[in-house]
Design a binder for this molecule. Structure first.
Ligand code: AMP
Length: 203
């Protein structure tokens, strides 16, 4: 929704990794094992994915990173890249209680083709088991099983949550309540970002 509103490309390191595993099963075996276990792949791998993707030339006006950075090392790497390339960073925290996340992820269905996400009740799909946009059969991710979801949450609390402090100290952090309705969450993010933009323009 944000990508469509701002006209920015949306870059998901998780989608890029799943695509790489699908296209090169031999090379991607190690990454696949880590992903299915709900733990992080090495920083060097995702740093290279992001750097290469940004060279494609469609992100000049802006871009949305989804699921990156997730470690302090990645945040430092991206900060150096941003300084070199004149990129202004906003880190967005969409906060949801762990139990609500376990519930949501267990009911999540994904389109393998256009990457649209469905969730009974929240973002329903119209035709049973198929994507509203492209008609592909929806799939459930292997790491959306309850025991793997809990592992991913633990990794988040230990390794990724400290990035809130990293971006707060730099004045680059904004946070919204992720337990509201999808449209409401979207509206609050756009309101915060547009308010910041107006304040900057007024300076
Ligand atoms: P996601 O689709 O963002 O939930 O990511 C799925 C899985 O891909 C994660 O559980 C990790 O194994 C891997 N992954 C995605 N992004 C990153 C990242 N920035 N750093 C390390 N591993 C990642």
């Amino acid at each position: 929704m944000l990508a469509a509103y701002y006209g920015y490309p949306s870059i998901s390191t998780g989608d890029a990794l799943r695509e790489a595993v699908r296209k090169q099963p031999d090379l991607g075996k190690e990454a696949q094992k880590l992903m299915e276990a709900g733990v992080l792949v090495p920083d060097s791998l995702v740093d290279a994915i992001v750097k290469t993707r940004l060279l494609e030339g469609d992100s000049e006006a802006g871009f949305i990173l989804d699921g990156y950075p997730r470690t302090l090392g990645q945040a430092e790497f991206f900060e150096r890249l941003a300084t070199q390339e004149g990129i202004e960073i906003r880190a967005l925290g969409i906060m949801v209680d762990d139990e609500v996340l376990v519930e949501r992820l267990s009911r999540r269905w994904n389109c393998p083709k256009c990457h649209k996400v469905y969730n009974a009740g929240l973002q329903p799909n119209r035709a049973s088991g198929h994507c509203n946009e492209c008609g592909s059969a929806l799939i459930q991710r292997k790491d959306d099983r309850p025991e793997v979801i809990r592992e991913r949450l633990q990794v988040y609390h230990q390794t990724t949550k400290p990035l809130v402090d990293f971006y707060q100290r730099r004045g680059q952090y904004v946070e919204v309540n992720g337990e509201a309705e999808v449209d409401q969450i979207f509206d609050s993010i756009v309101a915060i970002l547009n308010r910041e933009e107006q304040n900057r323009a007024a300076l």
